[in-house]
Design a protein around this ligand. Structure first.
Ligand code: ADP
Ligand code: ADP
Length: 233
């Protein structure tokens, strides 16, 4: 589903080159939940953001669902991103828009559905994430867990095949974290979405991931089944 072939990434900072990802090859299988764990600065976020080309690779090829992401032009990239949802640590909701309008946003941008169809789809998405009662509230009126549910509904709006989660539970308390992780597992099982998540918490990996990559200093130092990589609970 996702394949990295010798992908590397360096950022230019004040004329200096900072390597965030050493040449990396990686495969994520369709329908799996793949976790990336490592300390701050290890390169997790860079790797994740290369998948939907929020970062441009410095070299190598990235193939997602048969598409060479590295070769897409602007229009191709826009269409491709509808197939890849993303959620964030701080939710990234628009504070001036209601819950329903936040979720409707990607559908409006895609410009493929009528107003009636968008409304129907938003209703369905809010029901899936358990927020039907909150459609007309603003983000500031919601708890952290509810905000992340809005983020998830928005990420699912265009019916993506892949969901990228960037520290999606790091701002949440343990109980809310468990609920959001449960929702991600449901989405994985029921919709068949492939999920790549990054976290610095071992517990998140143990609870939901099928396979894991451990990152350090721009390198995946170890990867495999979660039960093999972390032998002891
Ligand atoms: P992680 O997600 O594991 O914390 P990142 O991918 O954010 O790691 O960062 C990896 C390295 O790349 C770090 O040294 C970080 O400072 C650097 N880096 C990340 N993003 C940028 C950027 N936009 N510009 C310059 N350096 C960056
Ligand atoms: P804007 O303020 O950007 O003009 P609208 O208020 O017209 O936005 O609504 C934007 C979209 O969000 C519409 O397409 C509508 O279908 C959807 N929407 C708004 N409120 C709800 C709701 N309570 N339930 C479901 N969908 C809604």
């Amino acid at each position: 589903m996702i394949e990295f072939q010798d992908v590397h990434k360096a950022y230019a900072v004040n004329g200096q080159s900072i390597t965030a990802l050493q040449p990396t090859s990686l495969q994520v299988q369709p329908g799996e939940i793949f976790g990336l764990i490592g300390h701050s600065g290890a390169g997790k976020s860079t790797l994740l953001r290369l998948i939907n080309r929020l970062e441009e690779p410095s070299g190598g090829r990235i193939i997602v669902d048969g598409i060479d992401v590295t070769a897409l032009d602007a229009q191709g990239l826009r269409r491709f991103r509808q197939r890849v949802g993303m959620i964030f640590q701080h939710f990234n909701l628009l504070s001036s828009k209601t819950v329903a309008n936040n979720v409707a946003m990607p559908l409006k941008l895609a410009g493929e559905l009528s107003g009636v169809q968008i409304k129907q789809r938003v209703t369905e998405l809010l029901s899936r994430v358990g927020l039907s009662e909150h459609a007309n509230k603003y983000p500031a009126q919601l708890s952290g867990g509810q905000k992340q549910r809005v983020g998830i509904a928005r990420a699912l709006a265009t019916d993506p095949k892949i969901l990228l989660c960037d520290e999606a539970t790091s701002a949440l308390d343990p109980q809310t974290t468990a609920q959001v992780l449960q929702l991600l597992v449901e989405i994985n099982r029921e919709l068949g979405l492939t999920i790549v998540l990054i976290t610095h918490e071992m517990d998140v990996i143990r609870r939901v991931c099928d396979r894991v990559g451990v990152m350090d200093a721009g390198v995946i130092v170890e990867s495999g089944q979660v039960s093999d990589v972390f032998l002891h609970p």
